[in-house]
Design a protein around this ligand. Sequence first.
Ligand code: G6P
Length: 608
Amino acid sequence: MCGIVGYIGKQNATPFLIEGLRRESYRGYDSSGILVLNKNQPLCIKAIGKLENLEKKLVGQNLEGNLGLGHVRWATHGEPNEKNAHPHSDCKKNIYLVHNGIIENYKILKDRLKKEGHQFSSETDTEVLAHLIEKFFKDNLEKAVIKALKFVKGTYGLVIISRDDPEKIVVAKNSSPILIGLGEKEYIVASDPAAIIGRTRKVIYLDDGEIAVLTPENFLITDLAQNQKEKIIEEIKWDLTEAQKGGYPHFMLKEIMEQPESIENALRGRLIQKDGLVKLGGLELVKDRLRETKRIIFGACGTAYYAALVGEYMSEEYAGIPAETDYASEFRYKKPIFDSSTIVVVISQSGETADTLAVLREAKRKNILTLGITNVIGSMVAREADAGIYNHAGTETAVASTKAFTSQLVILTLLTLFLGRQRDMSVVTGRRIVQELALIPEKVREVLKTDSQIQKIAKEYSQYSNFAYLGRKYNYPIALEGAIKLKEISYLHAEGFAAGEMKHGPIAMIDPKFPSVFIIPSDSVYEKNLSNLEEIKARKGPVIAIATQGNKKIKDLADDVIYIPKTLEILTPILSVIPLQLFAYHMGVLRGCDVDKPRNLAKSVTVE
Ligand code: G6P
């Protein structure tokens, strides 16, 4: 995701800006830019792709100055190109700024500003801020910023400078993180503490609705009514790797905890509540072919395969399109039977998995329409699929996929809505799913509060060696995902089963030493699941149940219950998988495993 840095002091800003951006780049980005003021003259360089491209452009440029801004951009509004890369400026080239977040009402603001004669040079939401500040600017930057922000709806971490009010940086925050580092005769601003460690450990974290004005000698923090705020200077005690983990002991836990935001990012700008529709820019060019689609084949590996299995249930129930899911490694050696109304949807977090790419290429060879669902912008899947949808989950560092998985489920719901509304899905059903999707990030936040309870449960079960994971319908793939998570992270033996299949074999294993994790939300298959749970209890198997809030009865049956909020059945997997991720994480930690880099596994498997 985007990263911001800013510098004001006595030294040359450029080396700090580059180093700061490099340290923020682990979040993922697709273009970058820096700007320094030298004797009040702006020197700006932008580049697409890796930071190295920006550094190459810097060679021989003599980009020196005591005041500067830097940004790594992860495209949301407008493709990754130099025009859209930050910093952005106003018409007079007086204001320069970098921004993290999304300006939700940018279209209205942009139209209004255009009518007033402002000329825009990018497709970004950010650029409206520069023009809005220009509109209110007389001779004082912070006053203009405060006036402008009153018209802005959305989230921002902002760093702004002005040539007509020089020797100052103005910083503003709403929902996007931003902090100020207090150095030796210098102030540095960043969206991530990792960027400033090495220069200083003394920081002030801005709160929402606060504005900071930094000069080389001093700083002042106020609210938007310009009341001065007393702030605590904190000391960062982490080292660099810890800082990149955001204070969490492992990337895996950080990424589990990031899911409310990663899901929000997957949904952002894509829901049209009033019509029960979704907007998926990446499908626009193929929407007529999608209307003719009569069959979907999903291809994926590992965790992405389990997401695809959920997609299969979704597609058949809500879009009315027959679907099937193949392990990519199997599909490539099958003799697939396609006709021109079949589409192939590949799902891959990395977009580089060799087996998944082979499915994509085979389908293309047969002239079949291919869609790619991937988290990595510009990856092979993104480049080679005919059309696609990005997850926008941000970089996933831990080998075991967590936030990418839930964002895949979100994207599959969006795809189902898109295809369903092209067919028989009513506006009422569309609206119901869209409305409930919008509530999911908050419900995920609620599930994450069960973390300490899950840690305790993990302690109770850490001595067991075998686990069964059970679920039905939408939660059958979640049972499979829960089991793979435990295998990957704790090296324990775990198997996922369709709950109804237990009695056809696996139940023979159940005894007091063989616990089951039963995903049993209050949905259309609840009663059936309940009977299966009774069967396990009759064999004295310990049971951890993942159940819907309000189901008190389940406590009489299961040994431990983890509750998830009520939601539509189609969306339960997004909530029910989270306790399973946390359980695997805590089991791995308790067993002393390297949870971020489990033995024998790789994050991106580019070999067959
Ligand atoms: C590897 C990883 C898994 C992942 C799978 C598919 O095996 O260890 O966690 O689910 O690849 O990766 P992809 O990037 O294609 O989603």
